[in-house]
Design a protein around this ligand. Structure first.
Ligand code: HEC
Ligand code: HEC
Ligand code: HEC
Ligand code: HEC
Ligand code: HEC
Length: 188
């Protein structure tokens, strides 16, 4: 009896294991498609203040503390300077970069951050649908927590990459999903 009992347990374990593997495969298929790395290796743009994601994420901060979007709207948005000042009113105040930050805060002017990722005007883009579908920030923007300076490490703004992921994750691939060109009958 013993060996048969053993093989029954083995079969049960095998079934559980394959179910687990199967469910992992399914969930990664629906959400976490790879996004191609940017073959151009573009340099990080010169920013008005040398902000480091690596330094700040090491403090345990969540992305959404600073990028409060996309509700309302489609943009993640950049942090208001007041969010920086909750710490920098007292942290590292003698550093030149923090003096400059403090000047921006006093002037009430937003910091003119140089954009890193930008889709062509006229392309329909929203963060919301992607976050709702469970796509992670890092899938499209790379290992942000390791970046001292933000640069365009993936090719996520190209049509090829949008389409590749949409095909693999069975999202909308019709031209109209991403482009609002006038239809031929409207143009007449
Ligand atoms: C939760 C607190 C916190 C917030 C919020 C925060 N920082 Fe910092 N920041 C720190 C700490 C801690 C350091 C490291 C200070 C040190 O090295 O002595 C730092 C370092 C820096 C430095 C490097 C200073 C230097 O020259 O060594 C810059 C620049 C900076 N922060 C900019 C910002 C900006 C811009 C924002 C808002 C977008 C911000 N920080 C938000 C805590 C914070
Ligand atoms: C303490 C505030 C803070 C936190 C936390 C933070 N960011 Fe940022 N982020 C900024 C600032 C300031 C900029 C603009 C400067 C720059 O590009 O480095 C920025 C820029 C970016 C950009 C470039 C946007 C563009 O097109 O110009 C991306 C992408 C980004 N952050 C993603 C993330 C992700 C993902 C996380 C969480 C893993 C995160 N950030 C957490 C402050 C923050
Ligand atoms: C499916 C891919 C994808 C995901 C997931 C994604 N992003 Fe983006 N992100 C983009 C694209 C594409 C742009 C350029 C959009 C534009 O030009 O308006 C962008 C632009 C940005 C910008 C600058 C413009 C803005 O929206 O304010 C920030 C900041 C940003 N992303 C942060 C994040 C953070 C934080 C997360 C996770 C919470 C995230 N992104 C998730 C693709 C993505
Ligand atoms: C990593 C995968 C991934 C990438 C990269 C990606 N998308 Fe998506 N996209 C999705 C998923 C998943 C959905 C949600 C599908 C659903 O809800 O049925 C979606 C939904 C959308 C929608 C809403 C479509 C609808 O009918 O509601 C638009 C518009 C869109 N994406 C545009 C873009 C554009 C433009 C790019 C490139 C700049 C892009 N996406 C890149 C995965 C991706
Ligand atoms: C999932 C999103 C998505 C879908 C679906 C899509 N495109 Fe695009 N398309 C883009 C993005 C993003 C760009 C901008 C690429 C860049 O900046 O390099 C673009 C750019 C273009 C351009 C060149 C720039 C312009 O706007 O004139 C043409 C032409 C184009 N697409 C045609 C099409 C056609 C035709 C279809 C349907 C067969 C289609 N696209 C479907 C996302 C998409």
């Amino acid at each position: 009896m013993k060996p048969r009992h053993g093989s029954l347990v083995a079969l049960l374990l095998f079934t559980i294991a394959s179910l687990l593997v199967f469910s992992v495969a399914v969930s990664s298929q629906t959400v976490n498609q790879e996004v191609a790395k940017n073959p151009m290796h573009p340099a990080a743009p010169e920013q008005p203040i040398p902000y480091s994601h690596k330094k700040h994420l090491a403090l345990g901060l969540e992305c959404q503390i600073c990028h409060g979007g996309p509700d309302p709207g489609s943009q993640m948005t950049f942090p208001p300077t007041t969010a920086c000042m909750t710490c920098h009113a007292s942290v590292a105040t003698n550093k030149p970069a923090i003096r400059k930050l403090t000047e921006f805060a006093k002037s009430g002017q937003p910091i003119p951050w140089v954009r890193v990722y930008k889709v062509l005007p006229g392309v329909n883009w929203t963060h919301r649908k992607h976050l709702e579908a469970g796509v992670h920030c890092e899938t499209c923007h790379g290992e942000v927590a390791q970046m001292d300076r933000m640069s365009e490490v993936t090719s996520v703004i190209t049509m090829y990459v949008c389409l590749d992921c949409h095909q693999k994750s069975k999202a909308n691939t019709t031209c109209e999903a991403c482009h609002s060109w006038p239809r031929a009958e409207d143009a007449r």
